[in-house]
Write a protein that binds this ligand. Structure first.
Ligand code: NI
Length: 229
């Protein structure tokens, strides 16, 4: 019997990560808005290397969630998806304005300074003045793979910077001057107590299992472990 021709190729020799490819992908939905200090909000999101139907459906759900909450921007990690993707509609309504999707964005050429009050769907009820560059350039991809290159100002520049911060694991409370930061810290402590209370009552999974799900979602659609953008 000739065994040499019937032997399957060694998986290791193919260079393809068979273990993750053969795993059934983690379901993305149904999506829910998450609040501070959900771990998805506190670590940098990862670059998407695979945009499949599930991602497109997730983006549709993100718009629905954003409109329900009357928001004008929403980052993927605000619905516990650890991907570098955010959406914007300055009119906060499905029948008005323009629906923008930014995938794997980068910001450059910050110019000027503007102070404006901001709020965040992941920190409901908290609103504070935030200083940011007045203008900024964004490069990104749309959902259909079209490159985006925009020089932004006004509200769109502000929202894009707020959402980009989310992808970096930052919240607007990380950008406050000292006195305002102290004030915000008290609110953040209250959010933390509420979140941990929900976990202790079993209304939310423990942080360990929330993190494990983020890891599986990254394994499904992001590059290797050192591919942080
Ligand atoms: Ni926000």
């Amino acid at each position: 019997m000739d065994t040499t021709t019937s032997q399957p190729a060694e998986p290791a020799a193919t260079g393809i990560p068979l273990a993750s490819e053969s795993r059934i992908p983690e379901p993305l939905g149904p999506l829910q808005l998450v609040e501070y200090p959900h771990p998805a909000l506190l670590r940098p999101a990862r670059r998407l290397v695979r945009i499949d139907d599930a991602v497109c459906e997730a983006v549709e759900q993100m718009f629905e969630i954003m409109y329900e909450s009357v928001g004008i921007g929403l980052a993927a990690n605000q619905v516990a998806l650890p991907y570098r993707l955010f959406i914007v509609n300055l009119e906060a309504h499905c029948d008005a304005g323009e629906e923008l999707v930014f995938i794997n964005p980068s910001l450059s050429r910050p110019r000027g300074t503007a102070v404006q009050e901001e709020g965040c769907l992941s920190l409901p009820g908290l609103r504070m003045d935030v200083r940011r560059p007045e203008r900024v350039v964004i490069d990104a991809w749309s959902l259909d793979g079209t490159p985006i290159h925009l020089d932004l100002d006004g509200m769109l520049a502000r929202v894009v910077q707020h959402e980009f911060d989310h992808l970096e694991g930052r919240l607007f409370t990380d950008r406050l001057p000292e006195a305002a930061a102290l004030e915000a810290r008290r609110s953040l402590e209250t959010f933390r107590e509420v979140f941990e209370g929900q976990q202790s009552r079993g209304e939310l999974p423990a942080s360990k299992s929330l993190l494990a799900r983020l890891d599986r979602l990254e394994a499904d659609r992001c590059a290797g472990p050192n591919a942080h953008a």
